[in-house]
Design a protein around this ligand. Structure first.
Ligand SMILES: C[S@@+](CC[C@H](N)C(=O)[O-])C[C@H]1O[C@@H](n2cnc3c(N)ncnc32)[C@H](O)[C@@H]1O
Length: 244
């Protein structure tokens, strides 16, 4: 019996079935990505790395179990991060995307009673946590910003810190340009986040890692030049920029 006669599927339909199968597979993959990464990522004018994803905003309800843990202290080394910034008493530092205020006590101590820590956040759910932490410190001001504008004062800030925030910033170049416009001579910008190239502990949550090259290129496009990089956080890059 000819091969064709034994198959219930008419052969002429096989190519179109195969094609439809591929389409369903691709659609399935994209649906999965869309549910994890609901943002449209960068607009075409800002795309340097077209496959760079933007993660959803961190859920404030998860702060106690994820952001503020002793386990995190061990690998994150917040004291060492702040020491690496060489802040001086009286400096003004902005914790951009401060979350629950994990870095706040370290920054507050580094700039002292004559310095200021701006703890900036765009999600209202974090504000009570920030206020609670700030109360005991005395040199912290809480600022509610937006995804494109941190509402920070111009020409006052010595150091902007983005700790595990950059992977959520929807328009990174535009956002870094906004920070650049707020600088004064000597202002530094520290960006710390999960590194796509490094596989240390803890592994980046799915889709939360960023390529260091992408960050450096986006910062350059926004008017920042890399000045220092630290490698002591096993799975995160730590890049320090100065205005170009
Ligand atoms: C993973 S949490 C990290 C919070 C804190 N920096 C820490 O390390 O514990 C990321 C934070 O970035 C904030 N965020 C995301 N996009 C932002 C933006 N464009 N401006 C300011 N904050 C932003 C989120 O609301 C969230 O609180």
């Amino acid at each position: 019996m000819p091969l064709r006669g034994r198959c219930n599927l008419p052969w002429r339909l096989v190519p179109s079935c195969f094609f439809s199968g591929c389409l369903l597979l691709v659609a399935g993959c994209n649906l999965h990505k869309t549910s994890v990464h609901p943002y449209p990522a960068q607009t075409p004018s800002t795309v340097i790395y077209p496959h760079r994803w933007v993660a959803p905003l961190f859920d404030p309800e998860m702060a106690a179990s994820t952001l503020d843990t002793h386990e995190r202290d061990r690998w994150q080394q917040p004291g060492r991060i702040v020491a690496s910034l060489h802040l001086k008493p009286g400096n003004v530092v902005a914790d951009v995307g401060a979350g629950s205020g994990y870095l706040m006590p370290y920054l507050s101590h580094a700039v002292g009673p004559h310095g200021i820590v701006y703890a900036e956040e765009i999600q209202k759910g974090f504000l009570p946590m920030l206020h609670r932490r700030a109360r005991a410190l005395g040199n912290v001001r809480i600022v509610e910003g937006t995804a494109s504008d941190p509402h920070l004062p111009a020409h006052m800030v010595d150091c902007f810190v983005l700790l595990t925030v950059y992977h959520e910033v929807q328009q990174p170049i535009g956002f870094l340009k906004t920070l650049r416009a707020l600088t004064k001579p000597g202002t530094q910008l520290a960006i710390i986040d999960f590194d796509k190239q490094r596989k240390g502990y803890p592994p980046a949550p799915y889709g939360h890692e960023v390529a260091t090259d992408a960050v450096i290129a986006e910062a350059r496009a926004a008017g920042w030049t890399l000045s220092t990089r630290y490698e002591f956080i096993p799975s995160q890059f730590f890049l320090v920029f100065r205005p170009s």
